[in-house]
Write a protein that binds this ligand. Structure first.
Ligand code: MRU
Length: 360
């Protein structure tokens, strides 16, 4: 399996997603500031991978810290969390991961400084391992929703590269194929950063999964021609009412899917569900640099000085979402009830060690 990111004795190692698919090179970060930079510059990207990277960045910062008292360590810890928390605003997994590390710090702070460091390093590694297990569970739940055969459209990259491994939307597709379904993936190229044509196509081809890349403006025609049996995408943040923030262009795909009577599924871990955000209008949307639109592979493709918009994400209203696949099961409308039930199942899991999955 592709190692999107990895904790090593020498630092945190990332496959450089800005270079794929033409070069498979790795970036090794030895400071938390470098980890913040690779998140900001999208060397690592995708909500769950950003969350794990954040946790590893925090762990790395603590590992490097020269603090001798818990008070000193806590001051450095707060500064590290602050720097990492300012990298990308939309993927809620970033803030979920920081909060989880903060909670771990609080429970560990009665211990000696060196033990606190070790506890937080282990927590970051646990989050990495858990993310892969979560994606596999999500894959099994979502597999049943996939058509027995035919085309499935995806947008952006919600695969192994967007997670610690296996993927969310692509995890569902992988599981469906492992379960005997004959799926052909249509990958939107995903302007402007080209996550679909560069990353989704690369990782699916590596796995021998039949893949066709289409430019973003082709999906409607493909649906009309009957080539698409289902759509499945990932998410960066899901509001309490089921509105979904995901890569720019997802909304267009969802509206087209509804018009053509094609189910539109979202696959995301519980950590992407943000019950504190009531609806999609409250989700902060990251605006990225204009050069992502004006240039392709470093070459200017627009007139100099033209006006540019570059929102990295859009919001798909819940009414377009057929179902949301999580590691705890499948949520359907009304989402404010089904998502809250899935979320509290997690709370019960962490506090009592038992799962309410069967009751949902
Ligand atoms: O800007 P990116 O590449 O980080 O955006 C990624 C997406 O929009 C993904 O679809 C989302 O994070 C889900 S990844 C499992």
């Amino acid at each position: 399996m592709i190692q999107t990111l990895e904790w090593t004795e020498g630092g945190v190692r990332f496959v450089d997603q800005t270079k794929l698919p033409t070069e498979e090179v790795y970036v090794n970060c030895t400071t938390y500031q470098q980890v913040a930079d690779v998140i900001r510059n999208m060397v690592v990207r995708g909500a769950p991978a950003i969350g794990v990277a954040a946790a590893m960045g925090i762990a790395l910062g603590l590992k490097n810290s020269k603090a001798e008292t818990v008070g000193e360590l806590k001051r450095e810890f707060d500064e590290i969390c602050d720097v990492i928390g300012k990298t990308r605003p939309t993927a809620v997994n970033l803030f979920w991961a920081i909060r989880r590390m903060q909670e771990k710090f609080e429970t560990a702070r009665v211990r000696p400084v060196q033990q606190i460091r070790q506890t937080l390093i282990e927590e970051a590694q646990r989050m990495h391992a858990e993310d892969i297990a979560i994606n596999r569970a999500m894959g099994q739940h979502g597999s049943a929703l996939m058509p027995a055969s035919g085309g499935v459209l995806t947008h952006c990259n919600a695969g192994a590269l967007a997670t610690a491994g296996y993927g969310t939307a692509l995890g569902v597709i992988r599981a469906a194929i492992e379960n005997g379904k004959k799926i052909h993936v249509y990958a939107d190229e995903t302007r402007p950063f080209l996550q679909g044509s560069r990353l989704t196509a690369w990782e699916l081809m590596k796995d021998g999964i039949a893949t066709t890349v289409i430019s973003d403006n082709m999906s409607g025609a493909m649906m009309r021609q009957g080539k698409i049996g289902a759509v499945i995408v990932g998410a960066d943040r899901i509001a309490a009412n089921g509105d979904v923030a995901n890569k720019i262009g997802t909304y267009t795909v969802a509206v087209l899917a509804k018009e053509h009577g094609i189910p539109f599924y979202v696959a995301a871990p519980i950590s992407t569900i943000d019950l504190a955000t009531p609806d999609g209008s409250k989700i902060p949307i990251e605006q990225r640099n204009r050069t992502e639109v004006t240039h392709i592979a470093g070459k200017l493709i627009t007139p100099e000085g033209v006006g540019i918009e570059n929102p990295a994400f859009d919001v798909t209203p819940a009414k377009y979402v057929t179902a949301i696949v999580t590691e705890r099961g499948i949520a359907r409308a009304p989402y404010h009830e089904s998502l809250a039930a899935l979320w509290s199942a997690e709370a019960q899991l962490t506090t009592t060690g038992s799962s309410r999955k069967q009751q949902l």
